[in-house]
Design a binder for this molecule. Structure first.
Ligand code: PRP
Ligand code: URA
Length: 212
């Protein structure tokens, strides 16, 4: 698995504001949207395109359009939903599938409560959205769903990742042999004793949408 940590002053400044416990939910949602658009620019570098003719007012020339089948964007509910709008703004013709997972805060195991994905993902590029990669249980489980359906290229976009989660993703993905890239805005220090990312930003879902 390739790890790309985006080093850009605008990204770091927005992550700093996200971390601030005094940032309101409204501002937090806005920042998440802005960040995903910045990360998506890098994350879609390998999106498949094919040549297309375009008639300008002056002449006919060749450009590109996204190859069919279109890429599939998969936000992991709930917090990943906050990243969907920003991603779709950049790739409006992509399709969207959904995976709903919640972590048991005692065992840290993810529980899947919703899954709405195409049955056959052969030949599809998939983009998974989740702001937080902590133990890797939720992202790993989602990537496994996609691989099981035949996805042949997976890019995960996270805002903050813990080294423990990155390691777990490598252990899952590398033996499978499906090309997988993880793009994130920050690689933090570690997980604390209750599985939260340090320094992190707290519970991303709660900060986006309020307490469950
Ligand atoms: C958060 C986050 C990830 C997961 C990360 O979701 O959005 O999905 O935790 O933790 P992990 O890497 O240890 O699996 P949460 O389970 O809190 O659900 P929510 O999005 O509904 O808040
Ligand atoms: N989920 C979150 O939302 N934040 C963390 O720090 C870990 C898991």
């Amino acid at each position: 698995m390739e790890l790309r940590v985006i080093e850009h002053p605008l990204v770091t400044a927005k992550i700093t504001l996200l971390r601030d416990e005094n940032t309101s939910s409204a501002t937090f949602r806005q920042l998440v949207e802005e960040l995903v658009t910045l990360l998506a620019y890098e994350a879609t570098r390998e999106v498949r395109v094919e040549p297309v003719q375009v008639k300008t007012p002056v002449t006919v020339t060749t450009g590109v359009e996204l190859t069919r089948p279109r890429p599939l964007v998969v936000p992991i509910l709930r917090a990943g939903l906050g990243m969907l709008e920003g991603m779709m703004r950049l790739m409006p013709t992509a399709e969207v599938g959904f995976v709903g997972m919640v972590r048991d805060e005692e065992t840290l195991q993810p529980f899947t409560y919703a899954e709405r994905l195409p049955k056959d993902l052969s030949g599809r590029q998939c983009y998974v959205l989740d702001p937080m990669l902590a133990t890797g249980g939720s992202l790993g489980g989602t990537v496994q769903f996609l691989v099981d359906r035949g996805a042949d290229h997976i890019t995960c976009i996270c805002l903050i990742a813990a080294p423990e989660g990155v390691e777990r993703m490598r252990e899952l993905v590398d033996p499978i042999g499906v090309p997988c890239t993880l793009v994130c805005a920050a690689l933090d220090e570690r997980l604390n004793e209750v599985g939260y990312i340090v320094p992190g930003l707290g519970d991303a879902g709660d900060r986006l949408y309020g307490l469950a």
